[in-house]
Ligand binder design. Structure first.
Ligand code: SAH
Ligand code: SF4
Ligand code: F3S
Length: 449
């Protein structure tokens, strides 16, 4: 191979924001090794799939992609070009060597805690010409080693502050794929946040599988809560907005709720998954909260920040779910009123307790319940967005739109906004008079300063 030509890599990301964050870090690590990113699969010397194991569909998509990539690898091989195929993320962690058994063209299987070793492992594959499976949990080594300069591709940047989960909801793979809860120290997070702001970030979204369980090392070695961390980061010059996700209802502490009333940089938006409105199902899910407790938490959050926009996750068709249980979920949705939400059909995942329970719900019934639930949620989303019409909202512009002179940004409530503007608005915040609302976005005109 011609070593004067820079090697290229193609990286595809599935799943949650934490995977997006990890992909950004891998991209930075590879750039330091001289790799150039390419959007063209056929020309890549290294192909990485950063995968998600949360539902069956997400995991199976990886294998169909791998089949296609193997064909490309074979074709390139006939022209004397080598292609290294790497599978990263939660499927890598969950399935390990099963992946290379099922698709022998895969050279590297690398779990989320080992990304700092990516460049070294790729070199080893080239030297030893054998596949490697690396799915250890070396604790915080990953963050310690991935500390180089951050780049930002958008004024809104992700920053992982906590990983893993100790909650063990009976349907969920995350405690197995990401391991136990681990919080990064405040000082490390602050340094990275400053780096992101220096590189152009105006908003930082603090990420964790269970982010409000954050308890990292703070000043004087004492544990800091997520609220402490947010208060601390709010002091960074040039950082206009802070958000966090995803939270668990049990960890919605008083100081975090108070932060929503007291810290102007903390945006009035909360994604708080509830999964179901039936206490019987919540108990079977091992969610550790009831519907009433959830409604109570929301009441306290709304008392602190009356205009807060609420978001949630729902699962329909959990084993044993009756029509009555499904109705209880609709009741909860109607009681609360969500600005947006994600909803899923229950997907049995290997190794989780719920997967082997009796009374699995037939697919058609799941579909029926999902459509009914989504109709209610979509109605609420449209109503929430329509309430913005006629008002003026500060919009942080994140990118150019499809039309010339159009920019796309977000309101404090996370609504997407399209507006026309002169000059380059990306990275700046402007007041927008909202003229139109749809389910997924708003349109408006930039109001005079
Ligand atoms: N840590 C977050 C996110 C977990 S995964 C949390 O606690 O909410 C994101 C969402 O995927 C979950 O909230 C849940 O609604 C959904 N999910 C997880 N496992 C699932 C499964 N087996 N089938 C269907 N949806 C699932
Ligand atoms: Fe999964 Fe439950 Fe942990 Fe969320 S809280 S990551 S749903 S086990
Ligand atoms: Fe998927 Fe892993 Fe995130 S399973 S949702 S990529 S933590």
């Amino acid at each position: 191979m011609d070593h004067s030509v820079r090697k290229s890599f193609y990286l595809k990301t599935f799943g949650c924001q934490m995977n997006v964050y990890d992909s950004e870090r891998m991209t930075e690590a590879l750039a330091r090794e001289g790799y150039a990113e390419t959007a063209e699969l056929e020309s890549a010397d290294l192909v990485i799939l950063n995968t998600c194991h949360i539902r069956e569909k997400a995991a199976e998509k990886v294998y169909s992609d791998l089949g296609r990539i193997r064909d490309i690898k074979d074709a390139r091989g006939r022209h004397g070009k080598n292609t290294v195929i790497a599978v990263a993320g939660c499927v890598a962690q969950a399935e390990g060597a099963e992946i290379t058994a099922r698709q022998p063209a895969v050279d590297l299987v690398i779990g989320p805690q080992s990304y700092h070793r990516l460049p070294e492992l790729i070199k080893r594959i080239a030297d030893e010409r054998k596949s490697i499976v690396e799915t250890e949990f070396p604790g915080d080594e990953k963050f310690a080693k991935l500390t180089a300069r951050r780049r930002v591709s958008s004024p809104s940047a992700f920053l992982t502050v906590q990983e893993g989960c100790d909650k063990f909801c009976s349907f969920c793979v995350v405690p197995y794929t990401r391991g136990g809860e681990f919080s990064r120290p405040v000082a490390k997070i602050e340094a990275e946040a400053r780096e992101l702001v220096r590189a152009g970030a105006r908003e930082i979204v603090l990420l964790g599988q269970n982010v409000n369980a954050y308890h990292g090392e703070g000043a004087g070695g004492r544990a800091a809560s997520l609220a402490d961390l947010i208060r601390h980061l709010a002091g960074i010059d040039g950082l206009e907005r802070l958000r966090y996700m995803t939270s668990h209802p049990r960890d919605m502490s008083d100081d975090l709720i108070a932060a929503h009333a007291e810290i102007p940089q903390l945006m009035p938006f909360l994604h708080l998954p509830v999964q179901s409105g039936s206490d019987r199902i919540l108990a079977a899910m091992n969610r550790k909260h009831t519907a009433t407790e959830y409604i109570d938490v929301i009441g306290r959050v709304r008392a602190a920040r009356p205009d807060i926009a609420l978001s949630s996750d729902f699962i329909v068709g959990f084993p044993g779910e009756t029509d009555q249980d499904a109705e209880a979920t609709i009741d909860l949705i109607e009681k609360i009123g969500f600005a947006q939400a994600y909803s899923f059909k229950y997907s049995p995942r290997p190794g989780t307790p719920a997967a082997i329970r009796s009374l699995q719900i037939p697919e058609e019934l799941k579909t029926e319940r999902l459509l009914r639930l989504q109709a209610v949620l979509e109605g609420q989303q449209v109503a929430f967005n329509c309430r913005s019409i006629g008002g003026v909202v500060p919009v942080l512009f994140e990118r150019q739109g499809r039309q010339a002179g159009e920019f796309v940004g977000r309101t404090p409530y996370l609504q997407l906004v399209h507006a026309a503007g002169a000059g380059d608005l990306v990275g700046s915040t402007a007041n927008v008079a909202v003229t139109e609302a749809r389910r997924m976005s708003l349109s408006g005109v930039i109001a005079a300063a």
